[in-house]
Design a protein around this ligand. Structure first.
Ligand SMILES: Cc1cc2nc3c(=O)[nH]c(=O)nc-3n(C[C@H](O)[C@H](O)[C@H](O)COP(=O)(O)O)c2cc1C
Length: 212
């Protein structure tokens, strides 16, 4: 079995973490870096990651996250927040950054920028947010895999009130909306009902179709 697949079998949606254990900053950095390196539609990277360690803030988040204990038992909480809309400024910022970093402009690339500018900002903000949120999920998935690779336990979570989380973190003012959260920590030695249960997935023949 490849090392990555082995780690993906090891990981599970941890239900109880040991609150005395702290994930090291270098591991957290690599877990976040995996999200930053995620591919996104048109390379717009329309999401940000917040790393929350403040105990008071974590306690407030737990209250609006179905009281899920991992939020405060983990040492770090990653919050994936997507752009609330696509604006010309946001699109131009990313295209300008690419030109600046690569040191040249390209006609095809500039035509592509115009195509996005002529389409995205005019669309309904909710449609744009949902598109951005799908990109946030890609980063989220990368962080889930990276945590496993680092031997760090994590619980992917949608079980929270996004409007309330946005209020706690002041996301609306930043033009962001929370999408998913990911507590990071280490599984508790006892008391996790899921830890020893078999990982269940549909068999390959119900999941993969080969079109050769
Ligand atoms: C987007 C998403 C949201 C989830 N939300 C929660 C959640 O709020 N609380 C929780 O305990 N597990 C949550 N899960 C975990 C899933 O239930 C779990 O990943 C799934 O049952 C497969 O089990 P495994 O991750 O242990 O292999 C979520 C998973 C994903 C991908």
């Amino acid at each position: 079995m490849s090392a990555l697949i082995e780690k993906l079998n090891w990981r599970y949606a941890t239900k109880k973490m040991d609150p005395t254990k702290v994930v090291s900053e270098d591991k957290v950095e690599r877990i976040v870096e995996a999200a930053r390196l995620a591919p996104t539609s048109s390379g717009l990277q329309p999401f940000e990651v917040f790393v929350v360690t403040n105990k008071d803030v974590l306690a407030r988040i737990q209250e609006i996250a179905w009281n899920q204990a991992q939020v405060t038992e983990g040492s770090h909480l990653l919050v994936f927040a997507a752009w609330d809309n696509y604006t010309p400024e946001r699109i131009n910022h990313m295209f300008d950054l690419v030109n600046e970093e690569r040191g040249f402009t390209n006609e095809g690339w500039e035509n592509y920028r115009q195509m996005l500018l002529n389409n995205y900002p005019q669309r309904d903000a909710q449609v744009n947010f949902e598109h951005a949120a799908r990109q946030a999920y890609i980063g989220f998935g990368m962080s889930v895999a990276a945590a496993a690779f680092e031997g760090v336990d994590a619980t992917p979570m949608e079980g929270f009130d996004p409007v309330k989380l946005d209020e706690i973190l002041g996301l609306k003012e930043k033009g962001l909306r929370s999408v998913t959260i990911l507590p990071l920590g280490y599984r508790a030695a006892e008391g996790d009902w899921l830890v020893n249960l078999k990982k269940v997935r549909r068999p390959k023949d119900q999941f993969v179709s080969v079109v050769a």
